[in-house]
Design a binder for this molecule. Structure first.
Ligand SMILES: O=C(O)C(=O)C[C@]1(C(=O)O)C=C[C@@H](O)C=C1
Length: 361
């Protein structure tokens, strides 16, 4: 058989499979509409997004994945299918720290898929306020090791907010050299946020030693400026390259190995336990010797793992420090429930910020 004939045969098989996939996806979308009908009939209020159910769907499919597609790819595809089904049920408005093309937008897309209606906002405070006011269903803000350098503000803002953490997103951050130019030799100036410049210092010293480095407010702003200025480049995400129509001259130019940023998803609902959850708390106790030890001791007694602790100065005058703590488990899981009851007796402040599925891939 000639190559042409063989290709024709394989492509016919692919066409037949695509027909099956299309018909299955359509049937799935009809079932999602049925879920929405049942929820409405039962008088459920609020939106139809269920992060706990989505986390379970993705975990189950990744466990069953026969290959050759990677689990990351399977998760990405099914995330988009669920996002499209959810958009049919009801379009979801998601506020995030903008502008468009930032890593926070990429995190929002990773959590909600392209079916969401994104609302890029100027500050973390605006994101909280829009979700508090109901203008957006959910919000996405950076919290740890962010390229935008705004982590502590996110933690502080939780002190005064009634919102819950309903999910977390981990994103491996890759930096790229983006430009309208075709060649690196044409670049005289490079725009970026301060932190990506730090992350790519050795690469820039080696490959663009004479280019002037200009710090701007975000990587997306850097991409926008590079798109309008000849002989310049931006260090930014591949999402920004797409958004501003720039060429990726060099990909993955960060000096370090894996550079992950964590984002929080905020909203009004409380996801149910999925068996692989995290709980975030803020706790405090008057400043006495052994105070922090007494606050945390119930965790070890109940066998609850702590994945993070962060101290912040209290702004309320009553406590000197507050501690942001992440636990493995859900508030409805017995060991976490018991530990929290014991902590409550020791603490002058205990606020559960939310229980939510641990970051999926
Ligand atoms: O199972 C549900 O509650 C649904 O609404 C269906 C579905 C899905 O497409 O699988 C859609 C949206 C939710 O966020 C979770 C899952």
């Amino acid at each position: 058989m000639s190559e042409q004939q063989m290709l024709k045969q394989v492509r016919e098989r692919i066409d037949a499979l695509d027909d099956q996939i299309l018909s299955l996806m359509s049937e799935r979308a009809r079932q999602a509409l049925e879920v929405a009908r049942v929820k409405r009939a039962a008088g459920e209020s609020g939106d139809f997004y269920r992060p706990d159910r989505e986390a379970e769907v993705l975990r189950r499919l990744c466990d069953a994945n026969p290959g050759p597609l990677s689990n990351d790819t399977v998760a990405l595809l099914f995330r988009e299918i669920m996002s499209a089904c959810l958009a049919l049920q009801q379009p979801l408005k998601v506020a995030y720290l903008g502008p468009e093309g930032t890593f926070t937008e990429a995190a929002a897309i990773k959590q909600f898929g392209h079916g969401m209606v994104g609302q890029p906002l100027a500050t973390i405070d605006h994101v909280f306020r829009d979700v508090e006011a109901g203008t957006a269903h959910y919000g996405v803000v950076p919290v740890e090791n962010s390229t935008e350098g705004v982590v502590t503000h996110t933690l502080d803002r939780f002190m005064s907010s009634p919102l819950q953490i309903i999910g977390e997103v981990e994103l491996v951050i890759h930096q790229n050299l983006l430009s309208n130019e075709q060649e690196r030799d044409a670049i005289k100036r490079v725009f970026s946020h301060q932190q990506p410049f730090g992350q790519c210092r050795a690469w820039l010293d080696a490959h663009l030693p004479h280019a002037e480095r200009i710090v701007v407010s975000s990587t997306a702003e850097a991409a926008r400026m590079a798109s309008e200025t000849p002989a310049t480049a931006a260090i930014a995400s591949d999402v920004a390259a797409e958004r501003y129509g720039l060429n990726v001259l060099d990909a993955n130019i960060e000096d370090g190995a894996v550079n992950t940023t964590r984002f929080l998803v905020i909203g009004n609902q409380s996801p149910s336990s999925t068996g692989e959850d995290k709980t975030s708390l803020v706790i405090s106790r008057s400043n006495q010797p052994g105070g922090l030890y007494r606050l945390l001791e119930p965790l070890s007694r109940q066998g609850v793992n702590m994945s993070r602790i962060e101290s912040r100065p209290s702004r309320q005058g009553m406590w000197e420090y507050v501690f942001f703590v992440d636990l493995l488990g859900h508030v409805d899981d017995e060991p976490v429930k018991r530990a929290l009851e014991e902590i409550q007796q020791q603490a002058s402040l205990l606020k559960v910020l939310g229980s939510y599925p641990r970051a999926a891939r």
